[in-house]
Design a protein around this ligand. Sequence first.
Ligand code: ADP
Ligand code: MG
Length: 190
Amino acid sequence: MSTHSPHSTPDSFNEAPLSVNPRAEDAAQSVFIALGSNEGDSTSHLVQARLFLQDISSSPIRASRVYQTEPIGPSDNDFLNAVIRISWNSNPEALLNRLKEQERIQGRPSRYPKWTSRTLDLDIIDFGGLILNNDRLQLPHPAAAERLFVLLPLHDLAPEWYDPVTKKAISELIKKAPEMRIEVGAWQWE
Ligand code: ADP
Ligand code: MG
């Protein structure tokens, strides 16, 4: 398991010659990213996000099935949810910046309240088992272990996964998660 440097890495890190300051973060990490959309053309948003994730991954990605789920909060529209595994060569903060940028590109206004409808939400669920807690980033994602719309697609990809904090197995977390309406979506990736 990786350890995390207490010093955050500047965004310009990617442009620096790698030989100057080799660090553990340079090794590709296996990262699980949760995708969610319930506004606009959600299937197109997932397809576009998947292409983006393939683009930034240093090896071929793997994608879960797509699930259709009831919305949390006041929204009326069902969500489409999935999890994609990528390989990431830099640090978690740099990945979060890329994901936030892609959310903006795909039309998510920053003024939207946290819990409302969104064209695209990209959350880092697990970063190679790293445990991290700072203002911008919590790893593993703190709500993942309680959300069936994360756990079921994650189980598609990694039935052996366990929560690095509580060490609970994903199958156990699925059994204990609050019930919600969730089904394998009528629409799936090509
Ligand atoms: P949510 O995903 O909870 O609906 P947002 O997408 O608006 O809400 O995210 C709010 C903030 O959560 C982000 O700006 C980011 O800094 C922070 N955050 C903390 N941990 C994570 C994580 N593991 N993945 C993604 N964002 C995270
Ligand atoms: Mg988010």
